[in-house]
Unconditional design. Sequence first.
Length: 251
Amino acid sequence: MSDGTPADLFFDAAIGLLQRVRDEEAEAITAAGTLLADTVASGGRLFAFGAGHSSLAAQDVVYRAGGLALMNLLAAPGLVGVDVMPATLGSRLERVDGLATAVLDTSPLRAGDALVIISLSGRNALPVEMAVSARTRGVKVIGVTSVAYAAQTASRHSSGTYLKDHCDVVLDSKIAIGDAELTLDTIPAPFAPASTVVTSALLQAVLATTAATLAGRGIEPPLLRSGNVDGGHEWNARVFEEYRDRIFYQH
């Protein structure tokens, strides 16, 4: 690790990654934002899924002030953040064949919807199976992953494939294998993960593109406002009522 405080170096690393995804993923961000806009315009519903810490970025775009009201969290027990005890069980569940299909079978997803699947490595059975199963149901899939893992790790899905191989659009987070940006001679392991920062920024960039794309077509994007500003609750109540058939966290 070079000169500078660990905090400075982490910020530098995170900013560098954000600059890379801004420049290198611009086309994919536009494609993903357009896909979601197309889905909204055609009456489809939007869902986001991530297991473990990948779920944090999915949760960040659901029921969010300034965000699209139509983005729903696709969840299952033991797969959202670290809500399961022991936390290590969540890592085991990501490798279970058949679990993703069971989640989709009991979800409201249907043909014409769009699903964002977040998985840093994209190598486990869960995200691969979810992408494959969703697409067979006529659901469009946007994958958010680090493509580097596919070149340097072995797939844990029976097909030998990765999340990136089963998506309509892939967003590459550029995160290095191991998700730790810093090293120090006095610390035996790399540290300071940046995947949540970068993945969340990627998704917010996509949704900003979606909102602007809808507006450009003359469609008011169904955005939420903060409940902590005057009129926010009334605004949101109108949006919830207008789109009640496409919002599942409200009903």
